[in-house]
Write a protein that binds this ligand. Sequence first.
Ligand code: MG
Length: 481
Amino acid sequence: MEREKTVAGRRFDYGSWLFRKGCFLSGLPMAMGLVGVAAIADPAFGDDANRPPNLIIIFTDDMGYGDLGSYGHPTINSQHLDRMAVEGQKWTSFYATASVCTPSRAALLTGRLPVRNGMSSDRRRVLFPDSKGGLPRDEITIATALKEAGYATACVGKWHLGHLEEFLPTNHGFDSYFGIPYSNDMDNVSGLQHFEANYPEPKVDSFNVPLMRNTEIIERPADQTTITRRYTDEVIERIKEYQDRPFFIYYAQTFPHVPLFAHEEFEGGSLAGLYGDVIEEIDWSVGQIRKTLEDLGLSENTLVVFTSDNGPWLPFREHGGLAGPLRDGKGTTWEGGFRVPAIFWWPGKIEPGVIREIGCTMDLFNTALALAGVDLPRDRTIDGHDLSPTLFGTGEHPRDEMFYYRGTQLYAVRKGPWKAHFVTGAPREEHDPPKLFHLGHDVPERFNRAEDYPEVVEKLRSLAEEHKATVTPVESQLEIR
Ligand code: MG
């Protein structure tokens, strides 16, 4: 569990930057529980090389651990992401916080387990078009916090944290929103059963999903064959618009969630079939964003993070991705459901390396706030950790454990290389003693070692109980309709 390379980076001196820019620490209680946030008095950021960095999080939907060339896929051409993985850091034990869409997104944006803010349920695992709930308004997202610190903020793509106006991105800290607000297979008017025949000939009209600009529907059904191209154009436009001030762009891809659609320039181009076409178009999209950052001279002041919301949706066969050497996929608490590719790219700041320590999407919240010089909220439990010490080689890696939930139930726990499954499957199957796997020696979770290591079992059992004691049950927002 050690890094292949540590990094020798440096952190910006945000305190002096804020001082020079005439910023001040607000003595007043900040909106929505933020305390000690740096409020920007003068947003004229200019060309100051020491200004807080920009952040772009690119979050794919249902892309598996094994779906990129740099993560071992033999036929998908992901040349742009592979290059960024070599130039930046490639993480091999990075986790989504849930193995389905809605709770995973809630966790990334708030740094909190979905079980703490109502974004998990044992009955409805995600939000649907008939849902009346969404991410509670008093949750603090990365966008809320960074906007308070003077960042421009944009959300592009799939939201899936509530499609009614009060829950949309523009009411959660984002200056603008452009995208399909929930999964692209919802509003299915095709008559096909969901798991039937892989949608053999996906048709745009079969899925009556809306495309939104801020709070308005501007197209229905959204033309999904051009959506990656339009998302890309939108991200590039926002980068150009915001280039003179710190910005945060959350680009949550609609794909490769089924149904799959690729632009005609990509359709039929991949050795990996339509699924490969879709991934290669996403890879192209990332390459366009990178090129824009470089052309504008922003690449050395922008952290780009690329990861996925959960593992591959395996029942869709050739239209689902691959978890590589990991067991199972989306919807499960096996590694294939939770562990995802994660690439961190920031030329000149992050020294190239492969990181094998544990990271989690919730950590992006803490990392983003640390980079922006914003204090964490003090009125709520935050489950993330600041990954800066690992990104910049400035200290100890902050995380060595991971909690795997299905809905509101804790199914498994990882500590270091050991993972204990107390419950697996649907319908649930309880294990006492838990199934125990060594994820270093046994990557695909094949060999139960519980009988050989009872002391490890007891340690993980205690860890699970201690963790559960920190969780106070809240009303599920996913069940409101
Ligand atoms: Mg997903």
